[in-house]
Ligand binder design. Structure first.
Ligand SMILES: Cc1cc2nc3c(=O)[nH]c(=O)nc-3n(C[C@H](O)[C@H](O)[C@H](O)COP(=O)(O)OP(=O)(O)OC[C@H]3O[C@@H](n4cnc5c(N)ncnc54)[C@H](O)[C@@H]3O)c2cc1C
Length: 431
């Protein structure tokens, strides 16, 4: 009997891990990637001579699937931890943020609101089963815990500037899992601790690439697939540049909104489910500065004159000779602002930086760049478990997942590692 041939579509971390696992299980695997490089959202680019990710990546102490894979690939020593600091820019003043002491000394919230905030984080850290919160809307849930003023001060800006018209329809389980992940990434109650890979995400991507090639897999870059080819609801292969490539099975790891075009033969109810899931895009400004901007890795912003909910000074996690600052503008890609030029995004950020740190001047900027990803974040609405179509589709031999399937977890490379493995197990289990 001929060995089973499998095509994996998308060479972000999920596709790479899925291909690697299928090769370990003895299948013949080809990996197809539309981009000219591996990595998807985790890909690296040449930023004025510096190889760095298009989007910032930090690792949390609970990213267990990633740790397991790093050990397996003998990369555990590349994982470094660092004590990190947070800031909160509120009404024109930058406050230290993130520890119980900093919360207690923050002058803008009442003692009752602070206690409610602390109790909410404490409770959320302990949640193990998200089923109940899956049915609940995030904003009323947060308001119940924090009060209206606490919600307005601590969360409203993030919801408005990340989800725009979708903000009223976010699952409490999703926001809860996000709070839990960061809250558990601490050395102790008083000290946040985050991780990074020496060499960035590229270290992991390159190791997976080497494993795939050594095990006989093929990787085709700059090769977006046109569509799935089926006959009588059974996969025959994929179409690439108008040509049929025969496969017994196909696994898609591309963002779900692309799937209806790739697999229009999926049953109507599944196509409907996919089309009902909303996503937001990101235009992420990256600056290379000659001097450190602040001491914080992460800064939350709540300032009605600034249209950003935060910024990330990556080099306060991963030391480099320069300061690297990422400023993500999340929004639905249908928003008119998403179409504005890169220069306009960069100028907007520079006008904010002077206000956050008055010492900052434009001549600190050595280089600037804007990375964009149209489907950067699925909008996980209440009852999202029911909204997700099955990973093993009714088309025989066609499997799919993307970052929506992490639910209720937020996006992370670690979750893609977990999903890539799960996809491979589903495929293997069907043989
Ligand atoms: C701004 C931002 C910040 C983030 N911060 C963090 C963080 O701090 N820590 C963390 O762990 N994670 C973070 N993430 C998330 C992390 O990058 C993602 O969870 C992860 O990279 C997703 O990988 P994936 O393989 O599942 O999907 P993707 O990265 O979306 O990969 C899908 C791939 O499919 C390809 N593709 C699409 N269409 C086709 C086609 N027709 N044919 C072939 N290929 C196709 C795409 O080009 C892409 O390479 C962040 C993401 C963003 C955007």
């Amino acid at each position: 009997m001929l060995p089973t041939k499998i095509a994996v579509i998308g060479a972000g971390p999920m596709g790479l891990v899925c291909a690697y696992e299928l090769l370990k299980a003895g299948y013949l695997v080809d990996l197809y990637e539309k981009d000219d490089r591996l990595g998807g959202m985790s890909a690296t680019f040449d930023f004025d001579g510096l190889q760095i990710e298009r989007y910032y990546h930090f690792i949390c102490h609970t990213d267990y699937p990633l740790f397991k894979l790093l050990r397996e690939l003998q990369l555990a020593d590349k994982l470094q931890w660092r004590d990190t600091q947070m800031g909160f820019f509120y009404e024109g003043v930058l406050y230290p943020w993130g520890s119980p002491w900093q919360l207690l000394t923050f002058p803008k919230l009442s003692m009752i609101a602070k206690l409610r905030y602390g109790a909410h984080v404490f409770y959320t850290k302990s949640i193990r089963n998200w089923e109940k919160l899956d049915h609940i809307n995030a904003i009323p849930w947060l308001k119940r815990w924090l009060g209206g003023k606490g919600y307005d001060m601590l969360w409203n800006y993030l919801f408005e500037l990340k989800f725009y018209e979708y903000k009223e329809n976010i699952s409490a389980a999703w926001i809860g899992a996000r709070i839990k992940r960061v809250a558990l990434s601490r050395k102790n109650l008083f000290q946040e601790s985050l991780g990074y890979l020496v060499g960035g995400s590229a270290t992991l991507l390159q190791a997976l690439e080497a494993q795939i090639l050594t095990r006989g897999g093929q990787i085709y870059l700059t090769t977006g697939i046109d569509c799935l080819v089926t006959e009588n609801q059974q996969v025959q292969g994929i179409q690439v540049n108008g040509e049929l490539h025969r496969y017994n099975k196909v696994v898609s790891t591309v963002p779900l909104p692309y799937v209806p075009r790739l697999a229009p033969n999926l049953p109507a109810d599944i196509l409907q489910k996919i089309n009902d899931i909303r996503n937001v895009g990101v235009a992420c400004v990256i600056l290379k500065l000659r001097a450190p901007f602040t001491k914080n890795f992460w800064m939350n912003i709540n300032d009605s004159t600034m249209a950003i909910p935060g910024l990330i000074e990556y080099t306060n996690l991963y030391p480099m000779p320069y300061s690297i600052v990422y400023v993500p503008f999340y929004m639905p890609s249908t928003h008119p602002k998403y179409r504005q030029s890169n220069i306009a995004f960069i100028e907007e950020v520079l006008s904010y930086l002077v206000r956050i740190n008055p010492a900052f001047t434009k001549d600190w900027v050595i280089a600037s760049h804007v990375s964009r990803y149209e489907f950067a974040q699925p909008v996980c609405a209440p009852n999202f478990y029911q909204q997700l179509p099955p990973m093993q589709t009714p088309l025989q031999g066609f499997f799919m997942a993307d970052t929506s399937y992490y639910y209720p977890e937020d996006r992370s490379i670690s979750e893609s590692v977990k999903m890539g493995k799960q996809l491979a197990q589903l495929v293997v289990g069907k043989d």
